[in-house]
Design a protein around this ligand. Sequence first.
Ligand code: OAD
Length: 270
Amino acid sequence: EILESRTLDAVAKYIKDGHISDIVVFVGAGISTSAGIPDFRTPGKGLYDTLRVKGLPRNEAIFDLAFFKENPDPFYSLAKTLYPGSRRPTITHSFLHLLHLKGCLLKVFSQNIDSLEQEAGLPREKMIYAHGNFLTQRCIECFTEYPDDEMREKVEKEEVPRCNSCNAFVKPDIVFFGEKLPMEFLDNMYLGHRAQLAIVMGTSLQVQPFASLPQELPEGMPRLLINMFQVGDLGTRADDVLLLGTCDDGVRQLASSLGWLEELEELWAK
Ligand code: OAD
């Protein structure tokens, strides 16, 4: 065992004892729910439960490439809600930024497409976007890129953008079911093995291959889960620490244990 006990204070001590220049963080939709963006699977609240869009055979089809090719309307009636620009990062996003400022952050693996990590101040090179990003878009047939300003206009109006050269549908560069994951993710999937601590936050770990990354980390690397519920295999190893509750409360507690709370609140308030 590496940690003195399976507590947050032990994690904080481990960090402060200087062991840690390399923390790898795995995040999902739960880090953005307090910014007003729904997650996918929380019963009664998540998109897959609450979506009421006409013409969808099942809610998951909204992110299905084969379905999109047939009928992109449902996706574009939702896209406005998910489009970056209108939301403020959460204190959890600022905590990621703080880890970077303290020189502790190896990488953040994110399944989110809201770009709030970068909006909170994290440099692009600290991010691995496993499911792509809303920042660029292209034609699904000829792959010609489509201009950002035209995209923003279409999304606002809930209209389907069409390729300026071949007139096929345009899709943001977010990964749909049935698509290959970005090279950026595939090339760096195992980068976390170099870390000294892993933090998993706000994800149900239901979608592969992302879901298996925390369990593939070397035995003996302490893993901290901050989530409403226990997920994956977290909690099964001697050096796992579970902090069940909201991400925002969890990062405040961790920052407080580290003596960084005031700094965190200031960073978030900026
Ligand atoms: P999910 O909705 O599957 O899981 C979100 C997790 O965060 C759940 O365990 C919630 O309990 C937890 N949660 C929600 N709000 C929270 C809060 N404020 N504090 C702490 N925990 C909270 O979302 P993801 O795991 O991100 O993929 O979903 C993974 C992928 O499934 C998404 O990237 C998306 C989706 O299909 C694609 O579209 C390709």
